[in-house]
Each structure stands twice: as C-alpha cells, then as structure tokens.
Design a protein around this ligand. Structure first.
Ligand code: MRU
Length: 394
C-alpha cells in the first residue's frame, strides 16, 4: 500500500495535500469549514472524483464537530446540514461521487427519529441534535474508510480480468498498459482506481510496463501520476497525450500495449463514461489498434439517474489553465530548484480558449467497467447492465 496520502483525518481535524504544489512540494493544508473545502476543491488543490466527495463530506463533519450549527432544534440541524451539503455540491459539477455522498449523508441524518419530539423540550431537542451530528460524522468517516478497501477490490478484479483478456502479453505473461490523468492514491483515500489496478498488477508481478500521459491542460499525468509511479518504483514511462497513437502502433517489447485503463467521474446507465478530457480520443485509438479499454470506477461513480452521456454536465474551466503553466525553476546546471516555483505564459494571452475538463467516452468503445463488486461487460444487447453490482439502487 502506498504511503502517499492526499487526505489526513482524525475526528475534528482534516488536512489535504496541496496537489497544485506537487511534485515539487509536499505540503498539507488545514480544512476547517465548508467554504475552505469548496475553495480547495474548485481550485483543484484536491481533485479526483472519490477524493472530492471525501473532502466535502469530512469538511462539513469538522464544522459540525466544532459546533458550527447554531440551530437549537433537531429539524433545524437537518436543514443546516442540507444547506451546507447543497452548497458543497456546487464546487465541481461533473464527478457524481460528490452528489452520491451527499444523497447518502442526507438520508443518514434522517434515520434519527425526530417525528415524536416535543418542540418545546429543549433537552430532548439537544439530545436529538447530537444524535444527528454523530450519525453524520460516522457516515462521513465511513465513506473515507471504505474507499481504500473499495479500491483494493477494484485492483484485484481489474487485474484478474485483464490477465484473462489481454490481447498481448510479454513472454513472461505480463502486461503493459497506458493510463490517463491521475486516479491513484492522490485521487482517493488510498491505492486508487485505474492506477490501483496498475499497482495491483505490479505488486503481483504481472506488470511489464506502465505508460502515463501528460494529461493536458492541467498535467495530472505528469505532475501526479508520474510522481506516484516514481514514488513506488513501478516501471513507467511518461508520454505527451499526442504520442498515444504512435505508442499504440508500436508492436515491440514493453511498448506493446494490452490495455488502456482509466478512471471515471461519472458512468451513466448505458455505460457512457465521463472522464478527464482526452479519454475519448484514447478509446477511439485503442479500438483501432485492438487494445482493450477498461474503466475503473467504484459504484459511487455510477449514476443510474442519467440515461446517456449526452446528459452529463461537462465542467468548463478557466482559460489560464491552457495559456499558462506553473513549475519549479531549472538552474543552469540542469538541477530543479524546488524552492523556486514560477508561472509562465505558454500561449498568446488574448487567444480564445475552450477548456472542457472532461469528455464522454461512448459505452460502445468500453470493453469492461471494473467496480469493487466485480467487472461489468456488455451483454448480448451491446449495453452495460449494472444490476449485478448495485441492485439496491435499481
Ligand atoms: O479534474 P480532475 O483532476 O478532478 O479529474 C480527475 C479524473 O478525471 C479522474 O480520472 C477521475 O476523477 C477518477 S479519480 C479515481
């Protein structure tokens, strides 16, 4: 298991690793309120669908633990929790984990029976208020705790499926894969989803080589995934997004790719999947080259309310993410000075910019969706059926 931790938490104290400073600086930020969590998520100091949901859920928990709720009644407490969660939900729109976590937390606080309470009985109201807060805290902490377990199971299911279905293997029976964006320990509470499968392949001795894309425009691949791969000494190579076609066309040694493995921000009812922009292009390329295309997604990333990918709201981000870039200074001796970071312009600052953070890969291009409950493949009808992995939500 990786020692990298994007989120550090003990009841009443939440710290988040500032991912905008990686890989040069490893610093944690204290999150005390929903406003601080909102800003941290929106500015992408924490990012990745599961991590966003965990930070939002825990941040509101910290606030509740610090007595931020002034409502004296049980109903007032529930209304307060609802309004803070509704506010947090606006921080980033595409990843559904946050919405699913919020729906769950709202349901949990409603399991405390307040129907028979006397409104004027202040001690009964206070006791119910603390039961509601306690139920919230336990549920939010469980989301955090369960996430790593979920990812370890995705790692097992995904590596088993790939080893059984790989179109090509090394002479020793190992596979080479490519991943996009960052889906590792930094995007989750630990291990990761798509990168979790790569970790599991590696730890079982089944990984020949991993490739990661730079993932323009925000470079989650080069800044974060490359960092995780080097940190754990997993055999890996960084490419720019535009090199994927050239890589897939190469049929020798470690460059003979068996699968593209990506994460998901939202998988909808028919299997269409929103993920980091560039995923769709990789899926088209993979299909042309006979390479498997695998989506690794916890069931908390599945949205059965939305029928097809056309209905997914895609977040558009600010122009500066394309026209400027941050990095550490490289000295005349070629050494990186991690204490000096700079922001530089990489394009004419007046050029019009379109910056969608995600794109949608049609289910047709996806071979397998790996969840913690097992692998979902397309049935005879050519569409995905998630009933077996999440029956309670059908
Ligand atoms: O914009 P980001 O960095 O939050 O986008 C992250 C991704 O697209 C990931 O692939 C996805 O959230 C899954 S993380 C396990």
């Amino acid at each position: 298991m990786s020692g990298l931790q994007a989120i550090r938490y003990n009841r009443g104290k939440l710290e988040v690793l500032d991912q905008l400073r990686l890989p040069h600086e490893h610093s944690y930020e204290l999150i005390r309120t929903s406003e601080e969590a909102f800003d941290c998520i929106k500015s992408m100091r924490v990012r990745g669908a599961p991590a966003i949901a965990i930070v939002a859920a825990l941040a509101h928990g910290v606030e509740l633990y610090q007595n931020a709720c002034e409502a004296p009644t049980a109903q007032g407490t529930i209304s307060y929790i609802d309004s803070r969660l509704d506010y947090l939900k606006q921080s980033r729109p595409t990843a559904v984990d946050l919405t699913n976590a919020i729906t769950h937390l709202k349901a949990v606080v409603r399991t405390v029976d307040i129907a028979s309470l006397d409104e004027s009985d202040s001690s009964a109201q206070a006791a119910a208020k603390s039961a509601i807060i306690n139920a919230y805290l336990e549920a939010a902490e469980e989301i955090f705790r369960k996430d790593t377990e979920t990812n370890l199971r995705i790692g097992e299911h995904g590596s088993r499926w790939l080893l059984a279905n790989a179109p090509v293997k090394s002479p020793e029976g190992k596979v080479s894969v490519l991943t996009h964006c960052n889906t590792g320990s930094l995007a989750t509470s630990g291990h990761g989803t798509a990168l979790g499968i790569i970790r599991s392949l590696h730890s079982a001795g089944n990984l020949h080589h991993a490739f990661c894309t730079e993932t323009r425009p925000y470079n989650q691949g080069s800044r974060l995934t490359a960092f995780e791969l080097v940190y754990e000494r997993i055999p890996a190579t960084l490419i720019t997004d535009s090199m994927a076609g050239a890589l897939f066309a190469t049929r020798k040694a470690e460059k003979h790719i068996a699968a593209v493995i990506v994460g998901a921000d939202r998988v909808v009812r028919n299997g269409d999947t929103a993920n980091k922009v560039g995923t769709y292009a990789l899926a088209v390329l993979a299909r042309y080259h006979g390479i498997k295309f695998i989506v690794a997604a916890p069931t908390t990333s599945i949205d059965l309310q939305t029928t097809t990918g056309a209905d997914i709201k895609i977040e558009e981000r600010k122009r500066e993410e394309l026209t400027q870039i941050s990095g550490a200074v490289v000295g005349a001796d070629g050494k990186v000075d991690v204490s000096r970071t700079v922001r530089v312009a990489t394009a004419h600052q007046e050029i019009d910019v379109w910056n969608p953070a995600f794109d949608v890969t049609p289910a047709d291009l996806i071979d397998a969706i790996v969840t913690e409950q097992g692998v979902v493949e397309k049935g005879e009808s050519g569409s995905f059926d998630f009933r077996g992995v999440m029956p309670e939500r059908w």
